[in-house]
Design a protein around this ligand. Structure first.
Ligand SMILES: [Zn+2]
Length: 767
């Protein structure tokens, strides 16, 4: 019977598998799942579209109607590196993906549905040259003019070449690589290192050496390492990347950007995304980037421009130069939107009929709507965790600040006349009472951006002068990070993994708000998350979602507390339980009990150090014997801003500075742990500041850890209610590195600097 089954669908899964099957019910993308009967074995399965790259189908009669309505040809590359040449069916729409007509005439599966998540790259057909040739919009005279200018530019370029002759010119390299590519020696799956070796640019040994020296750059790409070592230039790397992703490499200095292209992308987007538009034929937009690996760029640009985007690659230097030349203004941002809006138009009366916004959108209202939307997305795209709307007294400007990497910075200023309108708009978006001005209110806003849901938790508070402040916390539906990305030292990593392989016990992650505890616990859960293990979590709020986890959101209004959820879990056959926070004694007591009855429990606490956590829990009334038996370990952590990879610079510290680091570490242990000897070639990294890091010198964050392992001797101390000092001394004797020690190690590794370390570890220092 199985053999007679006529396969009408092929599922390409994210994990690389291809499944031949028959649709078990009609496929509707909006259902976010597909139900199929497998050709092999005949089992019926439902697959979430989030696990699917694309669905190849034999089209039904209804879908056939869309034949001939195809649009542009595209090459679509899935995240599993499968290439499909398709004609996009623009009239057959879905929010979570798109349809294409398969160009492969041998395939019976003519219709392909691609999920947005499953796509690495979409590339349109035409090249700039072709577009220039057949756009037919310019006169013969202006073409000649353009050609003349291009000729001059080429001549100047020749001068450059001669002056740099001792060097290998990029073009030669490009040719070598291109030949290799034509001869079939380069595949999209190939590693950059291999392409470079095959092209004869570097030797296998050099690549191996570069890989071996990944001591403080585990996440650095091989290409970046080779640049650091001076073996290739950034331009050469970009050429190879361009080749890998089948994009064109463009020498911007030889191109004359078209005015329509420059107009198509607003300046603040150009500055924000570091891209440069080159050509536009009304439908296609050709845009240069120096980050061809950033797959979100085409989607963002499509969002802003509503055009088909062809990405091309160029060097960051050329892109910066072109941006400065063609968008010669210093600072761009949300302010651009204010262009053409007068303050008078924007004064919205407190009780104005803003709720009619959907039926009668006036010019000023739609500007406010757009302005607020842009701020929300701008904050998100800049990596802010919170957006603060702060109206001031009387005519003083209304300011918007973003909290990025833990610190607030001014993002925008508006005339005071905007404040009511902006706050009212935020209230409408978060379903709050716009006529209420005297009491705090909380709500939320959901925004879809690039197929990703962004949630903003809104808190409106009345402030002096009859104002209202609004603070929006941004919750993205973030993916959990792997444990390997948590920045653990080798010892801590090994110990932490050991905790996770225990059948029962409690693991605590501690630190102040915003120290990344939730991220760490979710990385741990990701490690534990297998089909054999039942995992319950209760969180407030759920910030990270993971497939396979059963996640419960605390809901105080209906009495769903941490404690309530935890008690319910114990009746729901769990293996692993994660309690977002042990907020009260009762929750802590139940969590410890759960860990003693055969469950692995993970939780967090607002304590400053690992030893302090142990003392605090006993003080809270936990039974010392139970607690000593249940505890596996405590991980204290802090987030320190990471030195910006783009601009940080090496320097040689003087002996005085070195000694100071040793003192912060603790002189006695510094020698014993054999941290770093002083020498003439000792280098540290210092912050500089560039565009990428908003001139702060820091970008992204690094985690600093202090891991206490509950050994036999620590257990003894807990049972006897030992003092904080005793526990700390014993833990250090048995190998615990304090936050400051771990931090100093990371200063020596060039990950962060002393100033930042002391800022985030100030609690620890004052003890
Ligand atoms: Zn920087």
């Amino acid at each position: 019977m199985v053999n007679q089954m006529k396969v009408d669908v092929v599922l390409e899964l994210m994990d690389g598998r291809s499944l031949e099957a028959v649709l078990a019910r009609p496929f509707i993308p909006e259902e976010n799942e597909i139900r199929i009967m497998l050709a092999k074995g005949g089992n019926v399965h439902t697959y979430l579209l989030s696990k699917v790259c694309c669905v190849l189908m034999v089209p039904n009669a209804q879908q056939m109607m869309f034949y001939g309505k195809e649009h542009y040809s595209e090459e679509v590359i899935t995240t599993t590196d499968k290439h499909f040449h398709v004609a996009i069916l623009k009239d057959l729409k879905a929010r979570n993906g798109f349809y294409g007509l398969y160009k492969d005439i041998r395939s019976p599966f003519k219709l392909i549905f691609f999920t947005n998540n499953g796509i690495k790259l979409r590339k349109q057909g035409s090249l700039v040259g072709e577009i220039l040739q057949d756009k037919g919009l310019v006169t013969h005279h202006s073409i000649n003019e353009a050609l003349e200018e291009q000729r001059k530019l080429r001549e100047r370029r020749l001068g450059d070449i001669i002056s740099e002759e001792h060097d290998l010119h990029p073009k030669i390299i490009e040719n070598i690589i291109e030949t290799a590519y034509k001869e079939g020696k380069v595949t999209p799956r190939m590693k950059i290192g291999d392409i470079l070796i095959n092209a004869g640019l570097v030797t296998g040994e050099q690549v191996a050496n570069a890989l071996a020296s990944q001591d403080f750059g585990k996440r650095k790409k091989i290409g970046t390492l080779l640049i650091d070592k001076g073996l290739i230039t950034e331009e050469q790397l970009l050429m190879v990347l361009a080749l890998k992703f089948r994009l064109r490499f463009v020498d911007i200095e030889k191109e004359i950007p078209k005015k329509e292209a420059l107009d198509a992308i607003p300046a603040y987007v150009v500055y924000g995304l570091r891209v440069f538009p080159l050509d536009d034929d009304g439908k296609h937009l050709v845009v240069a980037t120096s980050e061809p690996t950033d797959h979100t760029l085409p989607e963002s640009l499509r969002f802003y421009t509503k055009r088909w985007i062809e990405m091309v690659v160029s060097s960051p230097r050329q892109i910066s130069r072109a941006i400065l030349k063609y968008y010669p203004q210093k600072e761009y941002g949300v302010d651009d939107i204010l262009h053409g809006m007068s303050v008078d138009e924007l004064v919205v009366e407190p009780d104005a009929e803003i709720s009619d916004i959907d039926t009668s959108v006036s010019e000023s209202d739609s500007n406010i709507v757009m302005l607020v939307n842009k701020i929300l997305l701008d904050g998100y795209s800049k990596g802010a965790s919170d957006i603060h709307f702060e109206p001031a007294l009387k005519a003083q400007p209304f300011q918007v600040r973003y909290r990025i990497d833990g610190t607030c910075r001014l993002a925008h200023q508006f005339p005071a006349g905007y404040k009511r309108a902006i706050i009212s708009r935020l209230k409408i978006m978060s379903n709050l009472d716009i006529s209420e001005h005297g009491r705090p209110q909380s709500g939320k806003i959901l925004v879809w951006q690039q197929n990703k849901q962004i949630e903003y938790r809104v808190e409106v508070s009345p402030t002096v002068g009859g104002n209202e402040d609004a603070v929006l916390r941004i919750l993205t539906s973030a993916e959990p990070l792997p444990l390997e990305d948590m920045g653990f030292s080798a010892n801590n990593m090994a110990a932490f993994r050991r905790f996770l392989t225990q059948a029962y016990g409690i693991i605590l992650c501690v630190g102040p708000t915003g120290s990344g505890k939730t991220t760490t616990l979710h990385a741990a859960l990701k490690f534990l998350n297998t089909p054999e293990v039942k995992i319950w979590t209760v969180e407030d709020p759920v910030e990270i979602t993971q497939w396979g986890l059963r996640q419960v959101q605390v809901h105080l209004k209906i009495g769903l507390t941490f404690q309530e959820a935890l008690s319910s879990f114990l009746r729901s056959d769990p293996d692993v339980i994660m309690v977002g926070e042990m907020r009260d004694t009762e929750t802590a007591r139940i969590a410890i009990e759960a860990s003693l009855t055969g469950h692995l429990v993970l939780s967090t606490l607002h304590t400053n150090s690992a030893p302090e956590t142990v003392v605090r829990l006993i003080e809270m009334g936990m039974d010392p014997f139970n607690f000593a038996d249940s505890l596996l370990g405590v991980l204290a952590q802090r987030l320190a801003r990471r030195l910006c990879e783009k601009c940080k610079e090496p320097y040689h510290p003087d002996k005085e500075e070195y000694d100071e680091l040793a003192t912060i570490y603790d002189q006695k242990w510094f020698l014993e742990h054999n941290v770093n000897l002083y020498s003439d070639d000792l280098t540290l990294m210092k912050k500089v500041g560039c565009h990428a890091c908003n001139n702060s010198g820091y970008k992204g964050r690094a985690t600093i850890h202090e891991l206490l392992v509950n050994t036999e001797s620590i257990k003894q101390l807990i049972r006897h209610r030992a003092a904080l000092d005793e526990i700390r001394t014993m833990a250090m004797k048995e190998g615990m590195r304090t936050l400051l020690m771990d931090g100093i190690q990371k200063v020596f590794q060039g990950i962060t600097d002393r100033e930042e370390l002391l800022r985030v570890c100030r609690y620890e220092k004052s003890q």
